[in-house]
Design a protein. Structure first.
Length: 166
């Protein structure tokens, strides 16, 4: 439970550091990212309240904001590299399109359209790209356990739709 003294101390700290942090971040990134990073920095200040120097909290908070900004910039660079890699791969050239003339293929294609986008994507990564749960997790930026659960549930939902189509 939060102690009143900690609440008061954090309120005082936040009042002292918010505007300097906002100015620091605004000079380095866009407004929306700056606000997100400000909130992340204040969260770190709250969690590490006992580590914040009482005599000069602004430089300490700016150091935290700088690290948060560096993390955000690294994430942005990784995201951009992934987008460029996907665009460069031109996945459509790797897909061999055969007419869906047999009944099973038509049913599977139909059942896939009944799934949510998330379920269909997990199944495509698994079936078309032959990715396992660990690779799916990296692709979707989720935990391996979450990927395995999503894949399992998506297979079950696909099975349910296929049964209905028979």
């Amino acid at each position: 439970m939060m102690r009143r003294a900690d609440q008061d101390r954090f309120a005082s700290l936040a009042a002292e550091v918010v505007e300097p942090l906002r100015r620091y971040l605004a000079r380095r990134t866009d407004t929306a990212t700056a606000e997100d990073l400000l909130n992340e920095t204040l969260l770190v200040c709250w969690r590490r309240l006992d580590d914040v120097p009482t005599d000069s909290p602004v430089p300490w908070a700016i150091g935290v904001a700088r690290l948060n900004l560096a993390n955000a910039q690294r994430s942005d660079r990784r995201r951009e590299r992934l987008i460029h890699a996907i665009a460069a791969a031109d996945p459509l050239s790797y897909i061999h399109h055969e007419p869906l003339d047999d009944r099973a293929s038509v049913q599977v294609a139909s059942a896939l359209t009944m799934l949510s986008d998330n379920d269909a994507e997990v199944l495509r990564l698994w079936a078309w790209e032959q990715l396992g749960p660990a690779e799916i997790a990296r692709s979707l930026d989720i935990s391996v356990n979450a990927a395995a659960v999503r894949l399992h549930r998506a297979k079950n939902r696909l099975r349910t739709h296929l049964i209905k189509l028979r």
